[in-house]
Write a protein that binds this ligand. Structure first.
Ligand SMILES: [Zn+2]
Length: 374
């Protein structure tokens, strides 16, 4: 059983980052002791080192599918066939074609998504795919695709490198920018009477719990339905699939890449950290919670399921939602798993100098290296 956070790694992270050793949050000693005891969990699939990595991955991945509730969704929806309706393609600045489409991923649930395809004279060329689900942004898919509500929206998104799908298509990717369930205006569960804090994503989480599933499962399910459809698209090279999202979109990227081996390069941005800080504080939004995850393992194991494929963690040094020393500690554990698979250079952690946003300049070189022909 792994102890919460390795003290040596944590101390090393603090020294490297120059962070003060003050706690991320202040809990009383009584609360700290309680959280440490109950949050430890059984760690049934914790990576200990020395085990056969492939066998560990097969068992841990199957257990992750169960604990998220995705297995239940697969069972309940086994006879359902997702249906895509493609919208009219519009040419954008002689660069690419953009269409707003929908995919029905379970009865009555239609997820809108943008499909961006590079403009080319050669109809036989196949492009790599860039799948990018957004985080807590009601306009999320529009922001990523470069479809702005007004001038202020445009300036806000461009100012933080947030038009990631449009950047990808201009670099020669087919890009998919889907709505993330519970986070996009189009696919919210409302929170009438503010029972869940006037937070639709928390309402989604509570309603999922009633059914024995989680928002993570719903979102991964949607991504997998989209992948099933897009790998058959005539413009897509299914051997070169990249996935990235910021914040909640990064959490979804991490879970999808852990579960679905079609993702060749995964870049969770400003999102990949341990479930809790060293004091027990929960970093992520409620809608990213997987009940009982600590009985399974923790985020190092989620990262380790991506090996031997490619995983880049990107963070911002000024991102107040995360703590550098905790990110570095979790990254050191992920690195151990990649080293055990013989591909330590398929994993990296990079820091941008700003806050909670994309750092495209840190992403693209890693993407290109990960897509070099095998
Ligand atoms: Zn949320």
């Amino acid at each position: 059983m792994r102890v919460f956070l390795c003290v040596g790694v944590l101390a090393g992270g603090l020294a490297a980052s120059g962070e003060e050793s003050k706690p991320f949050v202040d809990y009383s000693e009584k609360t700290r002791d309680y959280l440490k005891r109950v949050q430890q969990g059984e760690q049934r699939h914790a990576f200990k080192g020395g085990e056969d990595v492939t066998n560990w991955q097969v068992e841990a991945r199957a257990a992750l599918v169960r604990v998220t509730g995705l297995e239940r969704m697969r069972r309940e929806l086994s006879s359902f066939r997702p249906k895509v309706i493609e919208g009219q393609a519009v040419e954008i600045e002689e660069s690419h074609y953009r269409s707003l489409c929908t995919i029905e991923t379970e009865p009555g649930i239609s997820i809108p998504f943008y499909l961006l395809v590079p403009r080319t004279a050669d109809r036989n060329v196949r492009f790599p795919l860039f799948l990018c689900p957004h985080g807590h942004d009601l306009n999320g898919l529009h922001s990523y695709a470069g479809v702005y509500r007004n001038k202020a929206h445009r300036e806000q998104i461009l100012g933080r490198g947030g038009d990631i799908a449009e950047q990808a298509v201009r670099r020669g990717f087919v890009a998919l920018a889907p709505a993330t369930r519970g986070l996009a205006d189009e696919v919210l569960v409302p929170d009438p009477k503010g029972r869940h804090g006037n937070r639709p994503c928390r309402a989604q989480f509570m309603h999922c719990l009633v059914a024995g599933r989680t928002p993570i499962a719903e979102r991964v399910w949607d991504m997998q339905c989209l992948l099933d459809w897009v790998v058959a698209h005539p413009s897509v090279d299914k051997e070169r699939i990249v996935m990235s999202g910021n914040s909640g979109g990064g959490v979804l990227t991490a879970y999808t890449a852990a579960i679905d081996q079609r993702i060749r390069v995964a870049i969770p941005s400003c999102s990949f950290t341990s479930m809790t800080s060293s004091e027990g504080f929960i970093f992520h939004c409620d809608c990213c919670m997987v009940p009982g995850l600590r009985n399974w393992g923790d985020w190092p194991e989620i990262g380790g399921l991506v090996a031997p494929r490619h995983l880049l963690l990107v963070h911002g040094v000024q991102d107040g939602l995360h703590r550098k020393s905790d990110v570095e500690a979790v990254a050191a554990l992920v690195k151990k798993i990649f080293s055990a698979t013989g591909v330590p250079d398929h994993f990296a952690l990079r820091w941008g100098q700003g806050g909670h946003r994309f750092y495209p300049k840190l992403m693209w070189p890693f993407v290109e290296a990960g897509l070099v022909p095998r």
